[in-house]
Design a protein around this ligand. Structure first.
Ligand code: NAD
Length: 381
């Protein structure tokens, strides 16, 4: 079997789907590995490192032409009219974070071309067998860490309490809204830097996790359990949202740093920090919105990849692609995730699609000319 690794084309994307150090883990597949020229450059991996690890470095067209399996991070799509990259062809398996729920029409195109598209965004994450493949978790961990580093960099005081000859500094008060994978890593990172940390989430299960990291869990009156399905949150009712808002605003005003990470699958991220709450924060405070998107995020006025100092002296950072900003770590973790995925998909030197397998039933989006992923197919009806 031939496994190809392509260079990412998305603007600003520095990650790569496979790194030289992880190539040895593919040995049991006895695969021939093709890596596109320059694929690892953004993450500081040179072509020569891949060659030394046993891969063949070739131009992109050759990867697409020769590989049975192509590994990517983001959906490979040509910039308008360029035809570069050529994209997947009939009989080829494409594996990556393909954003199938945001891009159902692209999935249909691939299905019609006869491509088998496998997307790690749709991994059933609560299965313990799936954990080694969980790219959403590996990337969210990195994003949560990096968000705290960005906040600390923009904050003009110390995070820890420091006692020096020049006096004692107060520790920073950090509030993390949303305690999923990214939020918990943000809590742990802020704690390591010595901040006093409070965490909040609508899922009651988060309380124990927040407290086990040495942070305080914020209890808000008037909000019922926000647990939804698959370990994710549900959308709150308008009444609950209002109760949440009022109680949260006071806590936000007292915080030096607020980092928001709240997501609800398939919905616009909930608005947790309003313009009014931002106005109540002290000058010099820092807010990082990890849910910032073109559709809006958790913080009013935030925009992805944009940092603004508001009139009240609050620095508002709309996070962009944080995993890409730590491309070496994120690519290495991702490479391990796709290696585990290949272990599931490849048997005796060939791809074996088995939709009876619970993990495959989740991740296989297109196969045999059809969109087989149920959630994606539902969007196309
Ligand atoms: P996510 O990115 O979908 O959301 C981030 C967090 O925001 C979630 O914890 C969610 O509850 C919270 N949130 C949503 N609406 C909110 C609101 N209005 N106010 C406050 N918080 C709000 O979540 P994720 O990080 O992808 O994780 C989702 C779940 O999956 C978590 O329970 C996580 O522990 C679980 N998970 C389990 C495994 C496993 O079992 N191996 C692996 C990965 C994730």
């Amino acid at each position: 079997i031939t496994v190809g690794v392509v260079r990412e084309r998305a603007p600003g994307e520095r990650r790569v789907a496979m790194v030289p150090d992880v190539l040895s883990r593919l040995a049991p597949l006895e695969a021939q590995i093709l890596v596109e020229t320059g694929a690892g450059a953004g993450a500081w991996f040179a072509d020569a490192d891949y060659t030394a690890a046993g891969a063949e470095v070739v131009p992109g067209e050759e990867v697409w032409a020769r590989a049975d399996v192509v590994l990517c991070v983001r959906p490979p799509e040509p910039a308008d009219g360029t035809g570069d990259p050529p994209g997947p062809r009939a009989g080829q398996l494409l594996a990556g974070l393909l954003e199938p729920l945001r891009r159902p029409a692209l999935m249909r195109d691939w299905a019609e071309r006869g491509v088998t598209a496998v997307s790690l965004d749709l991994l059933p994450r609560t299965l313990s067998r799936a954990q080694s493949m969980d790219a959403l978790t590996s990337q969210a961990n990195i994003a949560g860490y990096k968000a705290v580093i960005l906040a600390a960099d923009a904050y003009d005081r110390y995070f820890p309490m420091l006692t020096t000859a020049a006096g004692t500094s107060k520790p920073a008060a950090v509030l993390i809204l949303g305690a999923g994978v990214a939020g918990l890593q943000a809590i742990a990172t802020a704690r390591r830097l010595g901040a006093v940390v409070t965490g909040y989430d609508v899922r009651p299960a988060a309380k124990g996790e927040v407290e086990s990291l040495g942070a305080k869990f914020l209890e808000l009156p008037g909000v019922g359990s926000g647990a939804g399905t698959g370990g994710y949150a549900r959308e709150l009712t308008p009444g609950e949202q209002q109760a949440q808002q009022e109680a949260l605003d006071a806590h936000i005003a007292r915080s030096d740093i607020v980092i928001t990470t709240a997501q609800v699958p398939g919905r616009r991220p909930p608005l947790l920090v309003t313009g009014a709450a931002l106005e109540r924060m002290r000058p010099g405070s820092v807010v990082v919105d990890m849910a910032a998107s073109e559709l809006g995020g958790n913080v009013e006025h935030s925009r992805p990849d944009k940092t603004t100092v508001l009139d009240g002296g609050v620095t508002l950072i709309g996070a962009g692609n944080l995993p890409s900003a730590m491309a070496t770590a994120s690519s290495t973790a991702y490479a391990r995730n796709v290696t585990a995925l290949l272990g599931l998909l490849v048997r005796d030197g060939a791809v074996v699609i088995d939709r009876e397998d619970e993990i495959q039933a989740g991740v296989v989006v297109t196969h045999d000319g059809a969109v087989v992923g149920e959630k994606v197919a539902a969007l196309l009806d």
